[in-house]
Design a binder for this molecule. Structure first.
Ligand code: ADP
Length: 616
């Protein structure tokens, strides 16, 4: 609440207030005469207040300028510490603005405290300066100050100096330090004139990276502002970043993107013109590439081109195995490939796919891995083998029909030959030999015919096999004896026979044995021994047929069990045959749970063997 008082009362209050103030107050009128001083002023200035008013230049200046002034004055020494006076001089004017003089507030300063304060301020300034300098030193960007109309380098940090190491920039004009960048000078001039900041991104400029090196193209981004402090009225503060690396990387990336786009178009072009269907998906089954041949399958099924190979999408394709049964989604090649499996040539069947009927695909799939071996996707390649499958079917049909047609005449031929051999009348040795040759030939044709009939079955349906308990040792003995009797040039010997009860098809196993022995005899033209053995180890019976004949050339050994493959075609050891006996024999043994193999050395002989699990 404001206090109410008369003019005289107010003066009294003022005098009392002044007297009570701890600081000194001296009022000087406009003519420089002392008009008022309080007790504290007397204490601080002694009784020489008037002399102080006359002699203090700050009072004189304040009176002349009619402006506030703050100064500090030493006033001798006290016993404890030196003191000084802070003078705060303020102009005084009345309500109409007439200048009345000045009022000078005197504040006693403790010098020790003051210098400690000063020290603290200085210390803090030093710390800040050091910080500032180390920032300048380690900053990864160039920082500098240009001064004056010639743009002389006033401050250069190491990063800025490193841009052009050939000239020591400090104290030199910009034009001398960077003679290859004259285009910047007018920009600096304009900046000084207008004060508008200069911001340039990725400016193409030339620099000399080494003192004697050539000037080379580089890119810089920089920001320059006019220095705002009064000590540097014509200064420019600039921050520069060498962006050459980034710009080059960006340019390379852009080139790479163009290249990639072109490559992608090329790859798609190649894929779309391939007969094989190709589809690539990522680990989440998202389709990343698909060609026309694969698209066509979806089209034929009336399905849209899929974005992902979800179980529903795969299911709707109605994919079946070679036997016509649906393949569970988890067993489809692409799904297995995503689990890390590599699938080679699996037959997949699409029924009622198009007017021609069933489509047979031969599919191969493999996982795609990143550098760390992680599965990142899978690729599936499928070939439409419908035409080939149809051809195969026709071929098998032809073989079956031809074999059937041959069967009867061969049986008749064999029957007559045997009847004649057994007829009561005496036969001349020459006639007997001819009849025996006819009988052997008919036997061989009969075996070939049976092989052909089997062959046509193996591919189409499962070869019918009986699973009966048989004594393999008895069978081996029987077959060896029979073959040995018929062999003219070779001695067929049974070297070892161990009891071997097995489960199998007697007739088929006989077929296997006869085939191995027939081969051994045929490919031993010089009459070497044929050694047969049946041994047991663990729970397996092992039958070996060894010959000392022509052997099999190493390059042919890998294909010996292929259908219709013959290793000696068109050589001096081509003794006829169709190349199906071994294929069938292995098929039979494998289906009975056994294995078949061989070892052979050209010119030394061969050993064919098969094993079967023994009955307990
Ligand atoms: P083939 O009716 O032609 O004998 P196989 O399937 O029985 O048909 O044999 C395939 C090929 O393997 C033969 O053509 C022959 O080149 C080779 N072969 C089979 N057994 C022997 C063997 N014991 N010695 C040398 N070559 C053999």
């Amino acid at each position: 609440m404001a206090m109410r008082a008369t003019a005289g009362g107010r003066l009294k209050q003022l005098e009392a207030t002044l007297a009570a103030l701890p600081g000194g107050v001296v009022v000087v009128d406009a003519e420089g005469r002392l008009s008022l001083a309080n007790r504290a002023a007397e204490r601080l200035l002694g009784c020489e207040i008037e002399r102080f008013v006359e002699s203090e230049p700050a009072i004189d200046t304040a009176l002349r300028r009619r402006a506030p002034i703050d100064v500090e004055r030493a006033v001798g020494h006290k016993a404890s510490a030196p003191t000084s006076l802070a003078l705060h001089i303020r102009p005084l004017s009345d309500e109409e603005g007439r200048f009345l003089g000045v009022v000078c507030a005197l504040e006693e300063q403790d010098c020790e405290q003051r210098s400690a304060e000063k020290e603290r301020v200085l210390e803090s300034a030093r710390v800040h300066l050091e910080m500032f300098e180390s920032i300048l030193r380690i900053a990864p960007v160039g920082i500098g100050i240009l001064r004056g109309p010639d743009h002389v380098f006033e401050l250069v940090n190491p990063a800025l100096q490193a841009i052009s190491p050939s000239v020591d920039a400090l104290g030199k004009p910009f034009s001398e330090v960077e003679p290859d960048m004259p285009q910047l000078i007018p920009l600096f001039d304009k900046l000084l004139e207008t004060g508008e900041p200069l911001v340039v991104l990725d400016a193409p400029l030339s620099v000399r990276r080494t003192p004697s090196g050539p000037s080379e193209p580089a890119y810089f981004s920089f920001c320059c502002v006019r220095a705002s402090c009064p000590e540097l009225p014509d200064g420019i503060l600039g921050v520069v970043v060498d962006t050459t690396g980034e710009v080059r990387a960006r340019q390379q990336l852009a080139q790479l993107a163009v290249l990639m786009e072109r490559r992608a178009a090329e790859v798609q072009g190649i894929l779309d013109n391939m007969v094989e269907g190709v589809v690539v998906c990522d680990a989440d089954r998202r389709v990343t590439a698909m060609n026309d041949a694969t698209r066509q399958i979806f089209e034929w099924r009336g399905l849209p081109e899929p974005e992902r190979l979800t179980p529903a999408v795969l299911e709707s394709l109605d994919l079946r195995g070679g036997d016509g049964r649906p393949i569970p989604v988890g067993e489809l090649p692409i799904v297995r490939a995503l689990r890390g499996e590599t699938i080679a040539r699996q037959t997949i069947l699409l029924e009622n796919l198009r007017p021609e009927g069933t489509c047979y695909l031969q599919t191969s799939a493999a996982p795609l891995r990143d550098a760390g071996g992680r599965i990142v996707g899978a690729v599936l390649v499928s070939t439409d083998v419908s035409a080939l499958t149809e051809l195969d079917r026709l071929k098998d049909q032809f073989i079956r029909v031809a074999a059937h047609e041959l069967k009867t005449p061969v049986t008749v031929m064999k029957g007559y030959a045997q009847a004649l051999l057994e007829s009561a009348g005496e036969l001349s040795p020459a006639r007997r030999q001819v009849l025996q040759a006819i009988n052997r030939g008919a036997d061989r044709i009969d075996r070939i015919v049976r092989d052909l009939l089997d062959l046509s079955q193996v591919d189409l349906t499962a070869l019918e096999l009986r699973h009966e308990a048989i004594q393999l040792d008895a069978l081996v003995r029987e077959v060896v004896e029979r073959v040995a009797r018929a062999a003219i040039h070779n001695r067929v010997r049974l070297c070892a026979v161990e009891p071997a009860p097995v489960i199998g098809d007697r007739a088929r196993l006989e077929q296997v044995l006869v085939n191995l022995l027939d081969n051994a005899i045929r490919y031993s033209p010089d009459g070497g021994d044929i050694e047969v053995s049946l041994t047991r180890s663990d729970d397996r019976a092992l039958v070996r047929v060894r010959d000392y004949g022509v052997g099999i050339p190493p390059e042919a050994q890998g294909r010996i069990f292929e259908r219709f493959y013959r290793a000696h075609t068109d050589t001096q050891y081509d003794y006829g045959g169709m190349g199906v006996g071994l294929y069938l024999s292995r098929e039979i043994v494998t289906r009975l749970g056994g294995e078949m193999g061989f070892t052979s050395t050209r010119g030394v002989g061969s050993t064919f063997y098969f094993s079967l699990p023994c009955r307990r």
